[in-house]
Design a protein around this ligand. Structure first.
Ligand code: SF4
Ligand code: SF4
Ligand code: SF4
Length: 226
């Protein structure tokens, strides 16, 4: 944790770690992490993402997120390449559901927590006193104060909405290109485990030791055609 905090204070802003196959059974790395029954994770395939924002809109509607804030944004960078072969890259900006979560470690009331049954990093708005320690501690800058509840807020994989109804997260359901995949890392037969074991993926700021559960397939070139 000290290591994470030091690197954060140093202002480390590198967005990405090296691309590699995700080692699901890296026992050494898992030993120190909190044990949860499920370990829900999300995979964003940037090669399939067209930046349509359907995911962000579905998130807002499903979770009643006020207009002035967002749990999910798609950031566009580019254009890259030479005319006429130019392309953009789309990056998902949302909670990484860190297994070693700085936001949880600094929360003085226990409002920021990791749900032991799902591994989802959650906010108990009733316990939140609005001190904003978690907002300062998050190296991904994705937390905010909800202007309606006055509590800290962020993506919770639709834990209180779609997951409760047995559905996939709203962003996953809304994506027209199949760029998002959600599932349990503890289930060896899940599609997400197969996907992570079959191709190179990367995670943001992996070097901080936060063990993010938002995985990404790196964009190569151009937009996909529907
Ligand atoms: S991305 Fe930020 S808010 Fe989400 S679990 Fe990690 S530190 Fe906490
Ligand atoms: S999982 Fe749910 S809360 Fe999180 S970004 Fe997607 S729609 Fe929003
Ligand atoms: S809905 Fe899918 S394709 Fe559209 S921006 Fe979101 S992830 Fe990308």
């Amino acid at each position: 944790m000290d290591n994470i905090r030091r690197q954060f204070i140093k202002g480390g802003t590198a967005l990405v770690a090296a691309t590699s196959l995700y080692l699901l059974h890296d026992a050494g790395a898992q030993e120190e992490l909190p044990q949860t029954k499920k370990r829900y994770a999300l995979l964003h395939d940037e090669t399939k993402c067209i930046g349509c924002n359907a995911c962000a809109e579905a998130c807002r509607l499903t979770n009643q997120v006020p207009q002035e804030v967002a749990r999910l944004r798609i950031e566009r960078t580019g254009p890259y390449g030479e005319f006429p072969d130019q392309y953009y890259r789309f990056t998902r900006v949302s909670c990484q559901h860190c297994e070693e979560a700085p936001c949880v470690n600094v929360c003085p009331t226990g409002a920021a927590n990791i749900d032991r049954s799902t591994g989802i990093v959650s906010v108990n708005s009733w316990k939140c006193v609005g001190c904003q320690y978690c907002i300062a501690a998050c190296p991904y800058h994705i937390r905010f104060i909800n202007p309606v509840t006055h509590a800290a807020d962020k993506c919770d994989f639709c834990k209180e909405t779609n997951l409760r109804e047995g559905k996939q997260p709203a962003c996953v359901m809304a994506c027209p290109t199949g760029a998002l995949m959600f599932g349990d890392l503890e289930d060896p037969h899940s599609k997400i485990v197969a996907a992570l074991n079959s191709q190179p993926v990367y995670r943001a700021k992996e070097d901080l030791g936060t063990h993010p559960k938002l995985f990404r397939i790196r964009a190569k070139a151009g937009e996909v055609s529907l």
